[in-house]
Design a protein around this ligand. Structure first.
Ligand SMILES: Cc1ncc(COP(=O)(O)O)c(C=O)c1O
Length: 496
């Protein structure tokens, strides 16, 4: 099924050759194979990582102009994932998403995006000067989370905006819920524009039939995947795939070069090279194990009073077409505590660190790094918490309604670059936001630069803060104040 030998790890091998040659380093980094490194740090890390912490030279190739092992490593990634071309990103999927956007839209171009975007999408839109047209994702009120956008929403938005230059969707969501992406690809391609996919949470999808279909398999034109989140690459490593002739791969390379450091970490890139080999050769078995453990923990959690953990029964509800069962969303509202409180209890009392929490839920990310012992520890902790809170805590946890998407007065770039003044959040109602406001994680914007602040938004922010959830994005870390666009800068655009 693969065209290339997926056993090969060209970049890792080149680094091994550098190590075996016992090369004398007169290049950066200045620690020179660890010799100049702080001893405490070095003792902790061990000697080997420093030996492959090198810079760009012929033997190890250049990420910006790959001709040798990095080129080959990227070709192997494309082969493993079935894409036309693959690029390494060591700025995570955030950097890859910015690159995807800058590759397909320029100043003034319309790009259709869901509202529950990661903040890197808005960063890409600010950098490009494009005009975002938002789609409302399907909201699951019972769980208090957003799923994907439905094909119908995509169709209607395209009908209303036939001049759009691209559509971007998130698939699957942080919580593992996938939309009908094949159908969406068909709809978008009827307009002969590219479908680009934020597949941050799906670098494993193509490797096991029990998982939702991947963006590449579904016919998306371009996607980015956080290989560091789910498969074995180190933090910051992601892949950007190009999968059709609607995308100019040379432009993608140029944009990546524009945004990426000229000193990419070879430790990171080598980890991606090896993680690709691992998923290509052993992905099915490893994912069978991860899915099995996640299904086991889900079943056990569903037996504990006060907890719920959704699985495939969610399919068929709006926006939920397929489910990645490695994601374990623990819903605790019947216990009378917020997801954030549960997250804190698990971290502080049991030293179990969850991935994220929101009003009703806390999320455990499953992967083939999990063990049965780890799952049992989580179940035991949840049983204790249930005994402590269930039927003793009458607090009703009620999720405030997510505010309507506010009116866009300025495009994000104009607002971001305009002169601003700072006002208290309470006094900002009716003003144009100069900043982001995000509930983080998972980084869903409540407000983007250029949008009109409503009372509903201010109330929502106050409720999130009261519940102890993370609200951020403003320069003021406590979100007491927000920067608004100075009146004279607010040149109104036609947003109808
Ligand atoms: C939906 C989504 N897209 C993009 C990203 C950014 O990925 P990265 O952390 O690899 O930059 C995240 C990160 O959590 C995310 O949740």
């Amino acid at each position: 099924m693969y065209k290339l030998n997926q056993n090969e790890t060209p970049l890792f091998d080149a680094l091994m050759e550098y190590v075996n040659r016992e090369t004398l380093p007169f290049h950066v980094p200045g620690h020179k194979k660890g010799n100049g490194m702080d001893e405490t740090f070095k003792d902790f890390i061990g000697p080997n990582a420093f030996k492959i912490d090198v810079t760009v030279f012929k033997l190890v190739d250049s990420l910006h102009h790959p001709k040798g092992p990095i080129k080959k490593a990227q070709e192997l990634a494309a082969d493993a994932y079935g894409s036309k071309t693959a690029f390494y990103s060591i700025h995570g999927t955030s950097g890859a998403i910015q690159s995807m956007i800058l590759s397909v839209v320029g100043a003034g171009d319309k790009i259709i995006i869901p509202r529950n975007i990661h903040k890197s999408v808005t960063s890409g839109i600010i950098l490009s000067g494009a005009e975002p047209v938002y789609m409302q994702p399907e909201i699951d009120k019972d769980l208090g989370i957003a799923h994907g956008v439905s094909p119908k929403t995509v169709e209607e938005t395209l009908k209303a905006n036939p001049d759009a230059k691209a559509v971007l969707i998130i698939n699957p969501t942080y919580y593992g819920v996938a939309t009908n992406i094949k159908k969406i690809a068909e709809i978008v391609h009827n307009y002969d524009i590219p479908l680009i996919v934020d597949e941050a949470h799906g670098p494993h999808l193509g490797f096991n039939d029990k998982l939702p279909v991947s963006a590449i398999e579904a016919g998306a034109d371009m996607c980015s995947q956080s290989t560091h989140k789910i498969i074995g690459a180190l933090t910051q490593c992601s892949l950007l795939h190009v999968n059709s002739d609607r995308i100019d791969t040379r432009r993608v390379q140029q944009v990546l070069n524009l945004l990426h450091t000229t000193s990419p970490s070879y430790i990171l890139m080598a980890s991606l090279d090896c993680a690709r080999r691992q998923i290509a050769l052993n992905g099915k078995e490893l994912l069978d194990k991860a899915i099995g453990l996640a299904d086991y923990v889900r079943e056990e959690i569903n037996k504990i009073p006060g907890f719920k953990c959704f699985g495939k029964e969610i399919l068929g509800t709006p926006g939920a077409y397929a489910f990645d069962s490695t994601k374990i969303t623990i819903t605790c509202k019947d216990l009378g505590i917020t997801g954030y409180e549960l997250d804190t209890l698990l971290a502080d009392r049991y030293h179990i660190q969850m991935e994220l929490s929101d009003f009703y839920n806390t999320l455990a990310v499953g992967s083939f790094g999990d063990t049965k012992e780890g799952m049992v520890k989580l179940i035991t902790a949840l049983k204790e918490i249930s005994l402590e809170y269930y039927s003793k805590n009458n607090k009703k946890i009620c999720f405030p309604d997510i505010p309507e998407i506010p009116e866009q007065i300025l495009i994000p770039r104009e607002a971001f670059n305009s002169e601003k003044t700072c006002v208290s959040i309470q006094d900002s109602i009716g003003k144009i936001s100069g900043e982001f406001l995000l509930a983080y994680p998972p980084g869903i914007p409540i407000l983007c630069p250029g949008e009109k602040i409503t009372k509903e938004i201010v109330d929502y922010v106050n409720e999130l803060k009261k519940a102890g959830l993370f609200v951020q994005g403003t320069e003021d870390p406590d979100v007491e104040n927000i920067k608004i666009v100075k009146k004279e800068d607010a040149v109104y655009i036609d947003v109808t």
